[in-house]
Design a protein around this ligand. Structure first.
Ligand code: SER
Length: 310
């Protein structure tokens, strides 16, 4: 059976890159991208879809004979704090409605991303285990954690093949994040290249788990292609790429752009970052579906600077 893929939230930081990867892998005719806005560049079949509009999503599933869904639409951590009730509607309510629809329409596999935002001040910060205490401090984190719990529930109760990864902060040259706490790690490269200056909204020593876009896309596709029998985690897999502080990423860039300057002016996002963890134990992803990251900070910086300078 051909995969017939619907992507919700295809214009976002990850959606933009994942949509292209899915078109390359499964063919243009099998990939249907959607978002609430038109894309800047159209790389797949596209239609406007509001993730809170269950009926419209149902129509799209029927019309395109969809059997696989990537549900990427969400409001991130920092923007979420500006409008908690809208964030809950989009991140939580729409996700539960979508899981219902997947059961109703007999969707074969659905992907739902979770995040390091589910970790909280009482979660072990170093090598955070797969199963531990979670007490997220943002509405985004709460919505992702409940989404994980619903995923597990829908799998157990209805047999829905839902798969998920707790994405670390994602860094890529292809797209910009919007409204997250880890956004600084993308903006810093743009600042370095355009102005040889970056005004960082986190403190120099705030270490967070991060991952390069190439690794994110590969992890997502590898998880979605793994045999269902190997998937033992139905909430969401811990996934690790690298960990660094603003000071460390600054130094890795400065090695290539010696007159690059930085200031640190922490804002409300500092508190969010401090509630998260520093590094992740992803041994379950490694064991279950052979996950292994390829990019560390140095290689990522070289690759980012090479692409962005062009
Ligand atoms: N990158 C996200 C954020 O900062 C975390 O998942 O909100």
């Amino acid at each position: 059976m051909d995969k017939r893929i619907l992507i919700l939230g295809s214009n976002g930081q990850i959606g933009t890159v994942l949509t292209k990867a899915l078109v390359d892998r499964y063919g243009y005719k099998n990939v249907f991208a959607s978002d609430i806005r038109e894309p800047k560049i159209q790389i797949a079949n596209f239609e406007i879809l509001d993730v809170t509009d269950k009926n419209k999503i149902a129509e799209a599933i029927d019309k395109h004979q969809i059997n696989t869904i990537y549900h990427l639409a969400a409001i991130l951590s920092a923007n979420g704090e500006k409008n908690p009730s809208l964030t809950w509607k989009i991140n939580h309510d729409a996700t539960v409605n979508l899981f219902d629809l997947c059961v109703e329409k007999k969707i074969v596999t659905v992907f739902f991303p979770s995040s390091i935002a589910i970790y909280g001040p009482h979660t072990p910060k170093i090598n955070t285990p797969q199963y531990t205490s979670f007490n997220p401090s943002t509405v985004y984190g709460i919505s992702k954690l409940t989404g994980e719990m619903w995923a597990e529930y829908y799998h157990k109760r209805y047999g829905l093949d839902v798969r998920s990864i707790r994405y670390p902060g994602v860094i890529g040259w292809q797209s910009l994040p919007e409204g997250g706490t880890t956004d600084y790690a993308v903006e810093i490269y743009h600042g370095a290249i355009k102005n040889k200056y970056y005004n960082c909204f986190l403190k120099a020593g705030t270490k967070l788990p991060m991952i390069y876009m190439d690794d994110v896309i590969r992890a997502t596709i590898e998880l979605m292609e793994a045999p269902a029998s190997r998937i033992t985690v139905r909430s969401s897999y811990n996934l690790s790429g690298m960990s660094f502080t603003p000071q460390e990423i600054y130094e890795s860039i400065k090695a290539h752009i010696p007159d690059f300057k930085i200031d640190y002016n922490p804002d409300f996002r500092q508190q969010i970052a401090e509630s998260w963890n520093e590094s992740i134990d992803d041994s379950m992803a490694r064991n279950d579906w052979d996950w292994k990251p390829k990019f560390e900070l140095e290689e990522m910086t070289k690759d980012m600077l090479r692409h962005l300078s062009n």
